[in-house]
Design a protein around this ligand. Structure first.
Ligand SMILES: Cc1cc2nc3c(=O)[nH]c(=O)nc-3n(C[C@H](O)[C@H](O)[C@H](O)COP(=O)(O)OP(=O)(O)OC[C@H]3O[C@@H](n4cnc5c(N)ncnc54)[C@H](O)[C@@H]3O)c2cc1C
Length: 257
């Protein structure tokens, strides 16, 4: 006979243990879009203690909708190489272009990164950073519902050696750093430059080039990197997002060791 109280105990106990275990991390990632998930995969695969937080119920960020809600995404040769490393199949379309069902892409990225050891927490909003001695060194988190309902509830805090802002276009973590601490970023203007219009080639290149440590302890990836450094947008070609996540992970791994 199933006991309802045992079911509740199982959920509460396992969740609390899971949460307690991520209060001190090598890397804390905000945002479970393609760049955050791929970064999480490589960091976990390298044995780093890493957890990812996303404010939404379903994770995957902007992958699900493909282009204009046609649920297919496109990757180029370089992006396909990342998919190959993760064991995610894509179909050739024409020379240098591959397609992948966007639902398959989102589900596979989540599955593969979790199997590699990434801990993912949905429904948690990253509302601020921990800042000590001129360095970003953790996240301030709260339930998304607290933010949505505007309740006056204090957040909790976790420490990490590095933070990755993978929150997409709003670059929410970097925004919080600039808004609250008034710091100068490592961008040409010293501030958040804002995303530029469409150029798929430049956009893909910029996404990877702009993936870097924008402030001590804080890396940016994906569309957040483009928003922070003023890169071009690129449409529903996702290779740059995957490559950006991979680069962020490798740069952070280099710094950790
Ligand atoms: C206006 C708009 C324009 C777009 N233009 C392009 C484009 O030009 N090219 C392109 O490839 N794609 C575009 N997209 C689609 C999509 O954003 C990207 O392709 C791709 O999904 C970006 O990947 P990412 O990894 O940077 O982050 P995203 O896929 O955007 O994922 C970011 C994740 O971060 C989470 N998040 C945000 N803030 C917080 C927080 N404070 N705490 C916790 N979680 C948080 C979100 O819930 C989301 O799941 C666009 C989307 C929008 C909305």
């Amino acid at each position: 006979m199933l006991n309802e109280v045992t079911i509740s105990q199982a959920i509460i106990t396992t969740y609390m243990n899971k949460l307690m275990d991520v209060l001190e991390l090598d890397v804390a990632i905000a945002g479970a879009g393609p760049s955050g998930l791929v970064a999480g995969y490589y960091l976990a695969h390298a044995g780093k203690k890493v957890a990812l937080f996303d404010k939404k119920l379903s994770i995957g960020g902007g992958i699900w909708g493909g282009g204009m809600m046609f649920n297919e995404i496109v990757v180029q040769d370089e992006g396909k190489e990342v998919l190959d490393e993760l064991g995610i199949p894509a179909k050739p379309f024409t020379k240098g272009y591959y397609t992948l069902d966007s639902v398959d892409a989102a589900a596979s990225l989540v599955y593969t990164s979790i199997r590699a050891g990434l801990r993912i927490f949905n429904l948690i909003n990253v509302e601020d950073i921990v800042y000590k001695s001129d360095r970003v060194c953790g996240l301030v988190i709260n339930w998304s519902t607290v933010e949505m309902t505007g309740l006056h509830v204090d957040p909790l805090t976790l420490h990490s050696s590095f933070v990755l802002d993978a929150t997409g276009h709003p670059a929410n973590i970097t925004q919080a750093l600039v808004r609250k601490m008034g710091v100068k970023l490592g961008t040409p203007t010293g501030s958040i430059m804002g995303e530029r219009s469409m150029d798929a080639n430049l956009g893909e290149r910029h996404t990877v080039e702009n993936t870097r440590e924008v402030y001590p302890g804080l890396f940016v990836s994906g569309m957040a990197a483009n928003a922070v450094y003023g890169g071009y947008r690129m449409g529903a070609v996702f290779g740059g997002m995957f490559l950006s996540g991979k680069k962020a992970a490798h740069e952070i791994i280099g710094k950790l060791s």
